[in-house]
Design a binder for this molecule. Structure first.
Ligand code: XBP
Ligand code: MG
Length: 266
């Protein structure tokens, strides 16, 4: 059996973007004179909450504020987040956060083999556009048959909603697709949607429980960025995750039913 679709998470998986997000949040806090500044340690903890607006609300909830002041701050979340999103687009465009090792290679391998590509992300839609355009150029947006992201679903990761939405629009069953994630929340969402999942952790997500993953790698790797100790440690065929090996793992030839096996040997 082979795969029909590869579904990619964006932040942390396609590109290591969370430092750019953190920078954008802090620039927005400065712009609206909030006096906040999220350090890497604080942000790493806040990343347990997916969705920038939800992350801001979670941060406000743990501030020592009067109920009235808390409500006033919570009411400002959409505006603060809109400022952050403006900064994020310019940070991504200016600094061109690169795709992670092996992502563009596997995207191209999949397309050449006739598979479709999709995105299932918690991030805001304009962030996806900005990253795809700055890393893949004008072809970026056209590579993906479905882009499911941000507020298209009410329940964000670890809920499976965004993956189920992507599968619905793709019109494929979960066993015809593989997912790529970087975080425990993302892995939970993909697995809950029935997807075999590859996890490539980053600084922001390493050390989480990835036991439900089909495969955990430092990155997807490529001829230019071979994975240390591969093939042999986890991979069989190369020092990077090839499409062929991915398909062997994600969509193994299903053993025929006992009955047909019985007839086959008769
Ligand atoms: C990662 C997220 C997003 C980003 C910030 O999404 O949880 O919230 O951290 O982007 P994923 P927004 O890993 O699913 O791509 O501020 O636009 O939410
Ligand atoms: Mg992610």
């Amino acid at each position: 059996m082979s795969l029909d679709v590869l579904i990619f998470d964006v932040d942390g998986t396609m590109a290591d973007t969370e430092e750019a997000h953190r920078t954008a949040f802090n620039l927005a806090f400065e712009r609206v004179r909030l006096g906040w500044n999220w350090s890497r340690d604080v942000y790493r903890r806040l990343l347990k909450t997916t969705g920038g607006k939800e992350r801001l609300a979670a941060f406000i909830q743990q501030l020592d504020l009067s109920p009235t002041e808390r409500q006033r701050m919570l009411a400002r979340v959409p505006d603060i987040h809109a400022e952050k999103t403006k900064f994020y687009s310019s940070v991504v465009h200016d600094r061109a956060v690169p795709l992670r090792d092996g992502v563009e290679r596997l995207l191209d391998e999949a397309l050449s083999a006739g598979l479709r590509l999709a995105i299932a992300s918690t991030t805001t839609a304009v962030n996806v556009d900005a990253l795809l355009e700055s890393t893949l150029g004008t072809r970026g947006l056209n590579l993906f048959s479905v882009i499911a992201c941000g507020d298209q679903v009410r329940a964000k990761k670890p809920a499976s909603d965004i993956y189920r939405l992507a599968l619905h629009h793709l019109g494929v069953a979960p066993d015809r697709a593989a997912a790529f994630e970087d975080s425990a929340n993302g892995l939970s969402a993909a697995v809950a949607a029935g997807l075999w999942t590859v996890v490539t952790p980053t600084f922001w997500t390493e050390g989480s429980d990835f036991s439900a993953a089909g495969l955990v790698l430092p990155s997807l790797g490529s001829p230019a960025a071979p994975l240390a100790g591969e093939p042999g440690r986890q991979l069989e065929s190369a020092a990077w995750l090839t499409l062929a090996e991915l398909e062997r793992r994600a969509a193994p030839e299903r053993p025929s039913s006992a009955v047909t096996r019985l007839y086959a040997t008769a």
